[in-house]
Ligand binder design. Sequence first.
Ligand code: ZN
Ligand code: ZN
Length: 259
Amino acid sequence: MMEHNTYWYFYALLTARYVVIAGLAFLVFYRLFPARFARLKIQRLSPKRQDYVREVGYSLLTFFIFAAVGIVLISPAVRPYTQLYSNISDFGWAYFALSVVLALLIHDTYFYWTHRLMHHPRLFKLFHLTHHRSVNPSPWGAFAFSPLEAVIEAGVIVVIVLLIPIHEFAILLFLLLMPVYNVYGHLGYEIYPKWVVNSKIGRWLNTSTNHNMHHRYFKGNYGLYFRFWDEAMKTTHPHYDKTLASLVDSEQTAAARQV
Ligand SMILES: [Zn+2]
Ligand SMILES: [Zn+2]
């Protein structure tokens, strides 16, 4: 009975997290100030109402699977096999911070390789086509997965808690940073300023432009938070630098942006 209640509690939290983060982005960029941000729009057209409905619908379906994975992980039968811990003093605050960074690096690697695998012609339709129905994604599309892809995406939490010691709150922090970056990736607008994308660290950060181009062209730009894997595996889209530069450089015209 308790697990049944916890399941719905998890589902409600996942949905609330999505509605707040994606909803805020949608409200600001698509409803309140679209004209103010027009110059930063990656694709000229906006998604249609039916796109938003599909993206929200599949995201709500995804959370049923995410909640189930959460329940299994904290169940008394499984939790002892994980490296989840409850006392910060076990590893200290420095490790707490490091574990969040490690979780992001693990997720980035997991995402890149499972993503590339799901682009294999034999797997694409079954696993990944649903997500790619958003050729011009909106913030609502961040979790629009087929149920099979949702299982793959949820799998990263299993990998993290098996691979590294991680405090419960560090996982929560990770579970907050992840959707923020994911919604940014599907925002449809490039909001990073020029100085960030041209900085030494910024060059290695993934951008909304990068993931938007992945949705538009289906090929290239498979990363999530970082660009290490795309660069190492030479999968960055050939027009990426040019497209990004046109969006962050105020001197370029909107026409030059439509690469
Ligand atoms: Zn893809
Ligand atoms: Zn996407």
